[in-house]
Design a protein around this ligand. Structure first.
Ligand SMILES: N[C@@H]1[C@@H](O)[C@H](O)[C@@H](COP(=O)(O)O)O[C@@H]1O
Length: 255
């Protein structure tokens, strides 16, 4: 696990955008795994800027999003469909048929999960997966639990996540209680992974991810077992990392 500590949110986002654009430069038909939330917003802005300047071309790129709330239609402003369209896709030249996001409004959610998992498999697999992290260490919507889902599945959101994500909704009551999320194996099968974290409120989750033992109670800690994972974090998110007690396979670069 490589841990890159950047000065602030801006430099963290820039580095992440450079990693995505170099992936696409090396493989024009890359399959990207994409994340939502507040954290990747500036990375998407930077990629849009690079696209406008002719530095990156998305015309052969395919994307798979990590997750989607159940019960929200694509037009709902709080859906991840809306988020992706509004914050990224509308401003780049990715083809509509190459965009994949689980359909949380499907009448058969179980079938939707299986179809989504199969589609990722048939595509040849994700080349580069972008992740954020929840304050409780969740990735995608894989919440801390005794057992975690292997493949794409329906998940119950914890009270903590509903509360944390309510900042994007008019009220806490509007936050859906369920979501579709890629499973842990779906995520860990990606050829490369980058996880982004910014701010003091993510510091504890980051410390548990890199210092702790692998535990399903901290889903992000399972990333320690991935051979090509890079954490890009700002100084605040890195502030609780115990450098002298890093897991054996971790190395830290302070920029
Ligand atoms: N499902 C998403 C995650 O993919 C995201 O990483 C997390 C953190 O979001 P933020 O970046 O807004 O803190 O929020 C949601 O729960």
């Amino acid at each position: 696990m490589r841990i890159i500590v950047e000065k602030d949110y801006h430099s963290m986002s820039k580095k992440a955008a450079l990693m995505l654009s170099s992936q696409i430069t090396l493989k024009a038909n890359s399959i990207l795994g994409l994340a939502t939330g507040g954290t990747p917003l500036a990375m998407y802005d930077k990629l849009i800027e690079m696209y406008r300047e002719g530095e990156v071309d998305f015309k052969r790129v395919q994307s798979f999003n990590l997750d989607e709330y159940c019960g929200l239609a694509a037009e709902n402003e709080n859906s991840y469909h809306y988020y992706m369209q509004h914050n990224f896709f509308k401003d780049i030249n990715i083809k509509a048929e190459n965009i994949n996001i689980p359909d949380g409004s499907s009448s058969d959610l179980i079938q939707e999960c299986q179809n989504y998992e199969n589609k990722i498999k048939q595509s040849g697999g994700i080349d580069l997966q972008v992740l954020g992290i929840g304050e409780n260490g969740h990735i995608g919507f894989n919440e801390p639990a005794e057992k975690l889902n292997v493949a794409t599945n329906i998940v119950e959101l914890t009270e903590e996540t509903i509360k944390a994500n309510s900042r994007y909704f008019a009220s806490k009551d509007e936050v859906p209680q369920k979501a579709i999320s890629m499973g842990m194996a779906t995520i860990l099968k990606a050829k490369r992974i980058i996880l982004l974290a910014s701010g003091k409120n993510k510091a504890e989750a980051i410390a548990k991810t890199v210092n702790g033992k692998i535990s399903t109670q901290v889903p992000a800690s399972l990333l320690q077992s991935h051979p090509r994972i890079t954490l890009i974090v700002d100084q605040q998110a890195a502030s609780l990392i115990n450098q002298s007690e890093l897991s054996a396979n971790c190395y830290l670069e302070i920029c």
